[in-house]
Design a binder for this molecule. Structure first.
Ligand code: HEC
Length: 158
């Protein structure tokens, strides 16, 4: 009886250790994939941005796709991630997150939602204002993350 209890206890212990190990492996994997994102090069950039300093102000002009991304972001995402994507107390800075996650992960979390240490984001795949604008959103946010696009309302390139 005693031995049986000890036996089943140690089995439980083993299960916990296995779970911990699996958890650790998953974490390591997540960190590995997080190394994937790097600033876009001129040829691959999902945005076109031209900024100008005038009287100490940076004014940027962007292509149509990036402009739509900016508009969509400030219609929907800014509620949690704040104006210019700088983050809030309850949602992370996307300027920072987009230097870490790659495009495939971006598309996945925006469509299907994401739950992490800060909180829960719903998925947007059923929202008609968002689900046709993933590329536009990515372009705008990547331009912010790469430091190519200053905060504030951009103008449209001709
Ligand atoms: C209701 C609040 C809310 C709204 C609106 C929202 N998000 Fe989020 N989002 C979150 C939270 C909370 C997290 C972080 C979860 C965590 O890390 O714990 C998050 C995380 C993210 C991440 C990072 C995922 C990762 O892998 O780290 C991306 C990218 C993102 N959101 C994009 C968007 C976009 C694009 C929109 C607009 C279409 C949007 N979010 C709208 C709350 C929101």
């Amino acid at each position: 009886m005693k031995a049986g209890l000890a036996n089943s206890l140690s089995k439980t212990g083993l299960m916990i250790i296995t779970t911990l190990l699996t958890g650790a492996a998953t974490l390591t994997f997540a960190n590995d994939t997080e190394m994937a994102a790097s600033p876009a090069t001129e040829e691959t950039a999902p945005y076109t941005v031209a900024c100008e300093e005038t009287a100490g102000n940076t004014v940027c002009k962007v292509d149509k796709q990036t402009y739509i991304g900016w508009r969509t972001y400030h219609a929907v995402c800014h509620v949690c991630h704040a104006q210019d994507a700088v983050g809030s107390t309850f949602a992370p800075s996307l300027v920072e997150r987009l230097s870490v996650i790659d495009e495939a992960r971006f598309m996945d979390v925006v469509a299907n939602g994401y739950s992490g240490q800060i909180g829960v984001m719903p998925g947007w795949k059923d929202n008609p204002n968002v689900n046709k604008k993933y590329n536009e959103l990515y372009g705008y946010l990547k331009a912010r993350a790469d430091g190519a696009l200053a905060p504030g309302r951009p103008k449209k390139l001709p």
